[in-house]
Design a protein. Structure first.
Length: 99
């Protein structure tokens, strides 16, 4: 049962990392946005590590809830990466004529 609790906690942390990094991108301009993007990248790296540990924890397990939790963590990771890509694109200076 403690293994299942660890999986649930890890998935919750993944969700917090993904959601926290994505929502903070709109906090400001310039250096602050770059700092937020940097932290989002660090969060994604931590989430990848958490997913790796989840995969190891449920290896050989027949628990369908644990497997579903892993799939949700992977989906959360995908959304976090997409959000980061959009944030990086939005923070880039537009190409074209300056008014």
């Amino acid at each position: 049962m403690s293994r299942m609790k660890a999986i649930v906690v890890a998935v919750a942390v993944c969700g917090l990392l993904a959601g926290g990094g994505a929502s903070s991108v709109f906090a400001g301009e310039g250096g602050h946005v770059k700092e937020v993007i940097k932290h989002a990248k660090e969060g994604i790296a931590h989430e990848k590590e958490a997913i790796k540990h989840l995969e190891e924890a449920i290896q050989g397990s027949d628990n369908p809830h644990a497997k579903e939790a892993l799939e949700h963590a992977k989906e959360s990771m995908k959304h976090a990466e997409e959000s980061l890509a959009h944030a990086e694109q939005a923070s880039a200076k537009p190409k074209g004529k300056a008014k």
